[in-house]
Design a protein around this ligand. Structure first.
Ligand code: M6R
Length: 606
């Protein structure tokens, strides 16, 4: 997730406006930033790694000349944060500048093709193929608009781009597919931006571009076309009434709710995995004597789910260890063939870093699953796979959990296929279901949010709750309980449902909320017994299940119906109602879910 901005004006220099707009997009990424403008037929660029203010102090963005320009604030996906990898990116001649948010899936192929044609690349980014492709199409006397259109027909993946050229300095070309982009219509000024806050001080009149649409912006006009057919599209202008603060949260009252709603996009981006890195992970896992997962908090719950995934699907045993406990449990690596998979959103959690370092010093191969490119864990690990959730601002992890699960299930599926534990049909089924997951998660949110909000009004008055699941749903239950504890301050206990009768059931009295995570998998018949045990003691039964599961539905006071998915994928849709439940319960109790007491987003102490 990155932020892009483009401004063209008849009212003088735009560099300061570009910088200020980028600041308002910084929540979308903040590892590097850059601006390009055109004046006197020359493109000027200032960019570097770091936050916008830091770079501005060093380079003074406001001194860039010209009444047309584009800017970018980056959240790295390809290549470490560095000056070279920061946007805007230029073609060989330095006459075309491009900013991009998204992922170009076929960039390696295109890069090779373009290199053979004599193009020189200066960065490791996927984006840089775009200016070179445009340069290539311009050689056949196409207009800038047509060259951009042709270039976009060659790229696979997602994009929101803005392009300027010193050859046609009177326009900005912008386009989108799967990454957000809107156009702002000002007074003798035209804007394109990833999000509304960027342009709110200048205009409230916007046009939202749809997938596969591109636009040519001049200070007083906007022309929109389909990228595939080139046909002109007429679109309505919308008036935005949000305050700047509301706009930053995309109209949601809190970042946490915004991030819950972002999960379909985050999962879809994560599915665009680096295939080579995935294959390395799978080979290391398949040849390991011993497999450890280490992580903390929510990331530990993803690790626990992964342990079930590997066992059920690939027949591989592993250990999921809470990072701060690793040192006391690690027996060393006598065979020299162990692998440790460290999972962390931030890549900066001290406990996870320490555990990884201990393993590495003992000769263990360290694989990392991380959201923040360039973080400490990525530097320590031998190999890295990235979740592509984008920056998570809410302290409670939401979209980073479902994207971790997405990557882990891809690893388990590929390992199971390669060691022959699943046949091709099941592998195809898993991949098809993973590709459908963004839509399924969107449907869950749309269908269930109001019901969960109603349920939260009741839970807000409870002092305790049990979250119970069996098998892989134990991980979902633990994560649901953690969400409730950390933001709504209700004592919520996640437990394996089968174990609850060995002690915790003593707490149950009439009205005690028991939330069962009960998908229709191999544990389903056993969990029915656990539901009836709790019901017999007067517990209030809330079940998350699927529509075919009559036995649990008929014993429930409230049933939340979720889609039927492959058993190893169930934690992805099933956690979503529990995230929403914690969120609405916190709000109902008058707490700010974005700023839970005593907690920090990244815990850098042991
Ligand atoms: O950045 P990490 O994933 O390593 O963070 C680990 C935990 O601190 C984190 O998951 C924490 O439990 C969540 N913020 C809870 O929602």
């Amino acid at each position: 997730m990155c932020g892009i901005i483009g401004i063209i004006s008849t009212n003088g220099n735009v560099s300061r406006m570009l910088r200020e707009s980028l600041k308002r997009l910084e929540y979308r990424g903040y590892d590097s930033a850059g601006i390009a403008t055109i004046a006197n037929g020359i493109i000027f660029v200032k960019k570097d790694k770091g936050k916008i203010d830091e770079i501005h102090r060093m380079l003074n963005f406001d001194s860039l000349p010209g009444n047309i320009g584009i800017g970018h604030t980056r959240w790295a996906t390809h290549g470490q944060p560095s000056r070279e990898n920061a946007h805007p990116h230029l073609d060989c001649s330095g006459m075309i500048a491009v900013v991009h948010n998204g992922i170009i899936e076929n960039y390696l192929e295109l890069r090779e093709e373009l290199s053979k044609l004599g193009h020189t690349f200066r960065s490791e980014t996927d984006t840089e193929v775009i200016p070179h492709l445009i340069e290539e199409f311009l050689k056949s006397n196409k207009s800038l608009e047509e060259a951009v259109r042709q270039a976009l027909l060659k790229v696979k993946g997602s994009f929101a781009i803005a392009v300027i050229s010193s050859k046609e300095p009177d326009k900005i070309i912008c386009a989108r597919k799967e990454s957000p982009l809107l156009i702002g219509i000002g007074n003798s000024q035209m804007f394109c931006a990833s999000d509304i806050p960027a342009i709110l001080p200048y205009t409230r009149n916007i046009i939202v571009l749809d997938d596969m649409e591109m636009a040519v912006l001049t200070p007083n006009s906007v022309t929109i076309r389909r990228i595939d057919t080139g046909e002109i599209v007429n679109k309505d202008i919308i008036q935005v009434s949000w305050s700047p603060e509301e706009a930053e949260k995309g109209g949601f009252p809190h970042f946490m709710l915004k991030e819950i709603h972002e999960q379909p996009r985050a999962i879809r981006d994560t599915l665009r995995v680096d295939e080579k890195a995935l294959e390395i992970f799978v080979q290391k896992i398949l040849t390991a004597d011993k497999i450890y997962f280490v992580a903390a908090g929510t990331s530990y719950h993803a690790a626990l789910a992964a342990k079930y995934m590997l066992a059920k699907l690939a027949g591989l045993g592993s250990d999921a260890i809470i990072a701060s406990e690793f040192e006391e449990q690690f027996p060393g690596d006598s065979s020299g063939d162990s692998v440790l998979i460290a999972i962390s959103q931030s890549g900066e959690t001290a406990d996870t870093l320490v555990a990884s370092r201990i393993a590495k010093n003992a000769g263990v191969c360290v694989l990392a699953i991380v959201n923040v490119v360039g973080s400490s864990l990525t530097r320590l690990a031998d190999h890295v796979l990235y979740t592509r959730a984008g920056p998570e601002i809410g302290v409670a992890a939401t979209k980073t959990f479902t994207t971790q699960l997405t990557l882990l299930s891809m690893i388990a599926a590929k390992a199971a296929r390669e060691n022959g534990m699943i046949d091709l049909d099941e592998y195809i089924r898993l991949n098809t279901e993973l590709n459908e997951m963004p839509r399924k998660v969107r449907d869950v949110i749309e269908r269930i949010e109001i019901k969960v909000k109603q349920l939260s009004k009741h839970l807000a008055n409870c002092r305790n709750a049990f979250y119970l699941g069996r098998g892989i749903s134990t991980a979902t239950a633990l994560e649901g309980a953690l969400k409730m504890k950390e933001i709504a301050y209700i004592h919520a206990e996640g437990y394996p449902a089968g174990e609850s009768k060995h002690g915790p059931i003593a707490l149950v009295e009439p009205g005690f909320p028991c939330i069962f995570v009960a998908p229709p998998d191999s544990t389903y018949h056993s969990i029915i017994g656990n539901v009836t045990e709790m019901k017999a003691r007067g517990a209030e039964i809330i079940v998350l299940t699927s529509k075919s599961c009559d036995d649990v539905i008929k014993n429930a006071n409230t049933a939340l119906i979720l889609p039927e998915v492959h058993p190893i994928l169930s934690p992805i849709p099933y956690i979503v109602p529990l995230q929403l439940l914690a969120y609405y319960t916190a709000v109902e109790r008058g707490y700010d879910p974005d700023r839970p007491r005593n907690l920090a987003k990244s815990v850098t102490v042991q």
